[in-house]
Design a protein around this ligand. Sequence first.
Ligand code: KIV
Length: 262
Amino acid sequence: MFANLFLQAKKEQRKLSMVTCYDYSFARLLSQTSIEGILVGDSAAMVMHGYPSTLSANLDILCLHTAAVARGAPEKLIVADMPFLSYRKGVNAALDTAQALMNAGAHAVKLEGVAGHEDVIERMAQSGIPVMGHIGLQPQSIHQYGGYKVQGRDEETASRIAQEATTLEQLGAFALVLECIPAGLAINISESLHIPTIGIGAGGGCDGQILVLQDLLGLNTDFEPKFVRHFAEGAQIVCDAIGAFDAAVKDGSFPSAKESYS
Ligand code: KIV
C-alpha cells in the first residue's frame, strides 16, 4: 500500500521526502508534516548512542527505536534498517529479522548492497515485505572503504552501481537509496528505473531526498558534509533555551507564582 504510493509518486513525477527518526517525540512532530516516509536508520547507533559507525545498531536497538517511532507516527511509511550482517546469514535469518522489525511497527525494511544476498531480497519481496535497497556509499562497509568516500567516480564502479540498481528493481525492491554518488550517475539511474530513487549526497536528480533529522535541524554540529543543509540552527536554539532556563533558575524568576501550585 505505502510502497504503491511511492511508485505512484514517481509515475506522477512528484518528489518524495524522507527523514530519519529514532524516537517518539520527534515522530509526533513528523506526523504533523507532509513528508512521505520515515527511516529508522542504523545511523541511530551514531546519532542516538554515540558509536563511531552504524555497525553497532543491532536488532534490539533498531526494534526499540522502530516501536517508539511507530507509536508517534503510525500513519507514515516507516522503513527500518536491517542491521549489519543480518541479511548475510541466509534467507531464514533475514526473514526473522524483518519479521521482528515489522512486529515492532515497520512497514518496510532497508538493506545495503545486492551481491550475495539477491535470494534474500527476492524472498522478502515475494513474502509481502516491501524492500528498500541502498547502494552507492554503504555505511555498513565502512571498514572496507577505509572512510566515508563518494562512490562511483570511476567508470567501473559507476557501471557496477547502475547494474545494482537495475538488479534491485528486478528482484522486487519498491525504492532505493542512492548515497554519495555523482549527481550525473544518480540521474542516469533514476531515469532508467520504474521505482523511485531516494538520494542523500546524490544530487537533485533523484526522485526523492532523505536526510538525517538531526543534521537537517542543525543539531549535529560535529558532522557537516557537503550534502547536508541546515534548515534550522537547532543547536543554537537548544543551547539558547537551556541557557535561558539556567539563568531563570539561578536568578529565582523560575518558577513564578503562576507556575507553582497554591
Ligand atoms: O541510517 C541512515 O541514516 C541511512 C540514511 C543515510 C539513508 O541509511
